[in-house]
Design a protein around this ligand. Structure first.
Ligand SMILES: Nc1ncnc2c1ncn2[C@@H]1O[C@H](COP(=O)(O)OP(=O)(O)OP(=O)(O)O)[C@@H](O)[C@H]1O
Ligand SMILES: O=C(O)[C@H](O)[C@@H](O)[C@H](O)[C@H](O)CO
Length: 171
């Protein structure tokens, strides 16, 4: 199935945005982008040091991502893995896109997320930052909300996304 939708797979650190986003992009034949690759070195150093980013820290990052979302939605679509924690960040992307974004929210309990972050090594974002990520999160009231569970593999989640998205397409 080829479409030119921009899918944004969002959620807090450890929710599986990168893992699920990459698989979804492969499945749909769309390019994959990770919003983490757009952070400045200063932002990464700040998070590595255990200090949450502020709106001010995120501004340039969001501006650059919104410009990219616009280009991808004008072109062939894409899958973007991005925390997009606050409603105003998501609205910036919605306004930039030339047609509706398909939002996919990966929603997990603190216990499950914290276990995954503890098991993950070699990443600047540690389990200590989870509380601030969850405090900042404003869950979207639209799009697709996937409830994470221990036994749901990334492939299962991609299957759910594809099934829900195809159900919306006219026959
Ligand atoms: N459905 C799943 N089942 C089991 N483990 C998973 C699942 N999805 C992701 N993981 C694992 O959980 C960890 C976090 O996943 P991932 O790095 O994709 O999350 P993320 O939301 O991109 O995190 P961050 O925003 O911090 O980069 C990884 O070690 C990954 O292998
Ligand atoms: O807005 C933010 O606070 C950041 O984007 C974080 O969410 C992390 O960069 C991401 O989750 C990777 O660990």
């Amino acid at each position: 199935m080829q479409d030119n939708t921009v899918y944004v797979v969002m959620g807090v650190s450890g929710s599986g945005k990168t893992t699920v986003g990459q698989l979804l992009a492969e499945r749909l034949g769309l390019p994959f982008h990770d919003a983490d690759d757009f952070h400045s070195a200063a932002n990464i150093a700040k998070m590595r040091g255990g200090t949450p980013l502020t709106d001010e820290d995120r501004k340039g990052w969001l501006d650059e991502l919104a410009a990219s979302v616009r280009e991808w939605s004008k072109a062939d679509g894409a899958v973007l893995a991005c925390s997009a924690l606050k409603e105003k960040y998501r609205q910036q992307f919605n306004q930039a896109a030339t047609h509706p974004i398909q939002w996919v929210f990966l929603d997990g309990s603190e216990v499950l997320l914290s276990e995954r972050l503890r098991a993950r090594t070699g990443h600047y974002m540690t389990q200590q930052m989870l509380a601030s990520q969850l405090n900042t999160l404003e869950p979207p009231m639209y799009g697709l909300r996937l409830q994470l569970a221990q036994d749901l593999t990334p492939q299962d989640l991609v299957n759910q996304i594809v099934a829900a998205s195809s159900a919306k397409q006219p026959a």
